[in-house]
Design a protein around this ligand. Structure first.
Ligand code: ADP
Ligand code: MG
Ligand code: ZN
Length: 488
């Protein structure tokens, strides 16, 4: 179904993102917030198990990460905010409520700037607030009637922030681009891994379709997407479904729907009438938070250069093309390596070369090794040594590519090349004897060259290089060949 152009209808999307904060401990207790591979219920205390009378204590690092994120998004940080109880019953929530923020969040307003289909786009942020995660249910299959659900509270009380976006997005692709940019911002500031597959970055999508220029239509909230692709697919499905209803003169009811990955559809979960009433009220066990201007200023100082600013600077400072810049800045750590290799006084040419090596060879090796996106297989000092060796003619480009995957942990590429006998041949006598051999073995190329076919020189260089295992410097080979051919 086409969207845009002469189309009568327009899609409206607003996203609510929950991101796990990268703190050491949980939101309101001292239990470790990271528990990968830990046995179920091994990171649990009286507070996060929700035992009656246990008192929560606010995690300062979580508050700081939330403010840091708000500042990255240009939000306002009010001097005063509070925590509220959001009450509901579910087996993964032993307390019977989550401590969240209702009417006075930590961060208000702001916007996310990103690129979508080549054009700059700006989507408003409504608010960013902190809350805690729930436990997890593990469903075990069994004979009918014997299925069981087990409760694991390791995740209970893990710090989350919710980033509520304005209904400013107009297509599934735009929503996906927004998510990628938001995730990138969270990773740049170090607030969250943003890992969607691991549940550290979850998105609920609110979707409506309206006649162009009309007020907002009733929204459908879509849940259960656990990849960027799933979000885009769910939104496409929902757009078509709503358009079809409207095209037939029907109307959309406000409801919550769940995305079913296997069948590629959304299904109704509850309607407006069944909507939760969370009976929010101020959390009596935690004092409100006062956030001083000094604290905000101190956190603002921790902000790194953000992705958009970095992309702009890479374009103006180094003149790289947009695709290359996008790849280099996707992860802050990779952009850092690039800049460390180029150095503060690096020329545009040096930048182009470093970019080329990182984007093609180094990231190719990173993929082949299955490393995480922020972790390159070699560090800046190693890459700089490699590029210096190539620039100095100590390593041919071919030899450099051969060395790269064989560099040991922390080893300098020149040392690796020496160890592997790949350094350029410096011994002129050895090259001279290779030239003699090559000439003797290629009489037809020699005859061609003498008959004026200059292209034969390429063949002779190739023959000589072969005899040095590719280690001779091609310029020296050419010089020695020319010398030999004019002498005799
Ligand atoms: P609720 O009270 O149901 O949570 P909110 O007004 O807080 O609704 O909005 C929640 C999310 O839904 C926000 O991300 C917002 O941008 C989005 N949203 C609100 N109205 C619409 C709409 N008509 N169409 C699409 N998204 C919407
Ligand atoms: Mg809401
Ligand atoms: Zn605990």
């Amino acid at each position: 179904m086409e969207s845009g152009g002469g189309d009568r209808f327009e899609m409206v999307i607003g996203l609510e993102v929950h991101a796990q904060l990268l703190t050491h401990s949980k939101m309101y207790c001292g239990c470790a917030a990271r528990y990968a591979d830990a046995a179920p219920n091994s990171h649990v205390c009286a507070v996060c198990a929700g035992l009656p009378g246990a008192l929560p204590v606010m995690n300062r690092a979580a508050v700081e990460f939330c403010i840091l994120t708000g500042l990255a998004l240009g939000a306002e940080i009010p001097g005063f905010c509070k925590l509220d109880r959001k009450n509901y019953v579910y087996p993964d929530l032993p307390k019977g409520y989550q401590i969240s923020q209702y009417d006075l969040p930590l961060c208000i307003g702001g916007a996310l700037e990103f690129a979508s289909e080549g054009a700059p786009k700006r989507a408003g942020i409504t608010r960013v607030h902190i809350e805690e995660d729930t436990g997890r249910l593990v469903h075990r299959a069994g004979a009918p009637g014997d299925e069981v659900s087990l409760v694991d509270l390791n995740r209970s009380g893990v710090p989350l922030m919710e980033i509520v976006g304005e209904p400013d997005l107009r297509s599934p692709a735009e929503a996906a681009d927004y998510l990628v940019a938001l995730r990138q911002t969270l990773r740049y500031v170090g607030a969250s891994t943003g890992n969607m597959e691991e549940g550290a970055f979850r998105c609920d999508a609110n979707v409506s379709v309206r006649e162009r220029g009309a007020p907002l239509g009733a929204k459908v909230e879509v849940k259960n997407m656990n990849s960027f692709r799933a979000v885009e697919r769910a939104l496409r499905f929902e757009e078509e479904r709503q358009r079809a209803v409207l095209a037939e003169g029907g109307s959309i009811a406000q409801e919550t729907r769940g995305w079913v990955e296997a069948s590629g559809v959304t299904v109704s979960q509850r309607t407006k009438e069944q909507a939760h009433d969370y009976r929010y009220f101020p959390e009596p066990d935690l004092p409100p938070l006062t956030i001083s201007a000094e604290m905000v200023a101190e956190i603002r100082d921790r902000l790194p250069e953000l992705p958009g600013a970095r992309r702009d600077r890479f374009a103006s400072r180094y003149g790289l093309d947009a695709k290359e810049i996008e790849t280099l800045t996707a992860e802050r750590e990779v952009a850092d390596v690039f800049e460390a290799v180029v150095g503060p006084d690096g020329t545009a040419e040096a930048a182009r070369r470093a970019a080329n090596w990182i984007v093609n060879d180094v990231m190719g090796l990173q993929r082949a090794r299955g490393l995480p996106p922020e972790q390159l297989p070699i560090n800046a000092a190693q890459l700089r040594d490699l590029l210096d060796a190539v620039a100095a003619g100590e390593l041919s480009a071919r030899a450099a590519k051969e060395v790269l995957p064989r560099i040991a942990d922390g080893e300098l590429p020149r040392a690796a090349a020496g160890r592997l006998n790949l350094l350029a041949l410096d011994d002129e006598e050895v090259v001279r004897s290779a030239v003699t051999d090559a000439l003797a073995a290629s009489p037809s190329a020699v005859a061609d060259f003498r008959a004026g076919k200059k292209a034969a020189m390429g063949r002779l260089i190739g023959e000589t290089m072969k005899r040095t295992g590719g280690r001779a410097k091609p310029e020296q080979v050419r010089m020695l060949l020319e010398e030999a051919l004019t002498e005799s």
